[in-house]
Design a protein around this ligand. Structure first.
Ligand code: ZN
Length: 189
């Protein structure tokens, strides 16, 4: 599987590997199989130098343990996508050089704890994402999510971090192109 993944990752349109990780909420496959595949994807990132896109649900501790353990075999870049975990996973991910990507969940009324955690994440490690067609941000909740709604999540993040929306957009775009170094930056960005 590893050689095939690395070969496929050479395609010019492949800029990252994932999403992968651990989901103990749905548990579609047994935990040991999830962990094995997760480690294989990390190895593929290490070889291809593409960033790892990590999904973690109800599995913060194991996710952080595997990410840290694998760093011991050689570093690799990555992010935690659709971040909803607590401050512990945030800190451990930041400590290994990862970025943290925030979805519309952060705009939800009851996401107070998540917003607190986001305040501890440095701007230069933040990304913003849609997770479309899911998780439409306030004020579009209940609708089918679409990429343009990411502006609402970005506006909330800017507010939270005390910067202008333009500044937030500029920094998160820079972060994206730093992490996804294979993605070509449009002239307008
Ligand atoms: Zn996910």
């Amino acid at each position: 599987m590893l050689a095939q993944l690395v070969a496929l990752a050479e395609h010019e349109k492949v800029v990252g590997i994932g999403e992968t990780g651990l989901d103990y909420f749905y548990e579609h496959s047994p935990r040991d199989a999830q962990q094995r595949n997760f480690r294989a994807h990390i190895e593929a990132c290490r070889e291809s130098r593409l960033p790892l896109i990590v999904h973690a649900r109800d599995a913060d501790e194991d996710t952080a343990d595997i990410l840290e353990d694998e760093m011991g075999n050689g570093d690799y870049p990555g992010l935690i996508h659709c971040f909803t975990a607590g401050p512990d996973l945030a800190r451990r991910a930041l400590d290994i050089g990862f970025y943290i990507s925030i979805s519309g969940i952060a705009t939800f009324k009851n996401a107070t704890e998540l917003r607190e955690t986001i305040q501890s994440i440095p701007l230069e490690r933040l990304l913003v994402e849609t997770d479309a067609p899911f998780l439409a941000p306030v004020p579009h909740r209940g609708k089918r999510n679409e990429p343009s709604f990411v502006a609402d999540t970005a506006a909330m993040l800017a507010d939270l971090k005390g910067v202008s929306t333009e500044e937030l957009a500029r920094i998160t775009s820079d972060n994206f192109f730093t992490l996804f170094s294979k993605a070509k930056r449009p002239v307008s960005l």
